[in-house]
Design a protein around this ligand. Structure first.
Ligand code: DQA
Length: 142
């Protein structure tokens, strides 16, 4: 089971970026926890972060994975192109958000990705990614 994890724009600034919303943990902390859980669950991970919509789409199109975990960050609310890439590839995809996007500004409540994702996990801080990995394990085992 190979899982592609994509962290979208500005998530490289986790820990320094609006800590009252996104917490004080770094992206490296998230990735270490994900890697440890993947080993425990017997899954392989490929992890990337990009501030570029095009790079994210190229990674989604590569297809050398069984399921996708994606935090599209601000592109969640704007990117029909990322939505179309996920739909085109047709693999299970879990949309992740650190904050609860439904509790924040009105513009964050719209996700173009939710319509093509298997499901969305939002609002559990860094643990949102760990919950997503457990969800993917279940999806791929069924
Ligand atoms: C985010 C929520 C988005 O609205 C925001 O643009 C982000 C991070 C989250 O993980 O909570 O950059 O995806």
């Amino acid at each position: 089971m190979k899982v592609l994890v994509i962290h979208g724009p500005n998530l490289n600034m986790l820990g320094k970026r609006e800590p009252e919303i996104y917490g004080t943990f770094s992206l490296d902390d998230v990735n270490k926890k994900l890697t440890a859980l993947a080993a425990e669950l017997g899954m392989k991970l490929s992890i990337m972060q990009s501030n570029s919509e095009a790079e994210m789409i190229d990674a989604i199109q590569k297809k050398d994975y069984d399921a996708l975990i994606i935090n599209p960050a601000a592109y969640t609310h704007t990117s029909i192109a990322i939505r179309d890439a996920i739909s085109a590839v047709g693999k299970p995809a879990v949309e992740v958000h650190i904050s609860n996007i439904h509790k924040r500004e009105e513009f964050r409540r719209k996700s173009y990705i939710a319509e093509v994702a298997t499901g969305q996990i939002s609002g559990f801080g860094g643990d949102s990614y760990l919950l997503a990995l457990r969800a993917v394990k279940t999806i791929l085992s069924n």
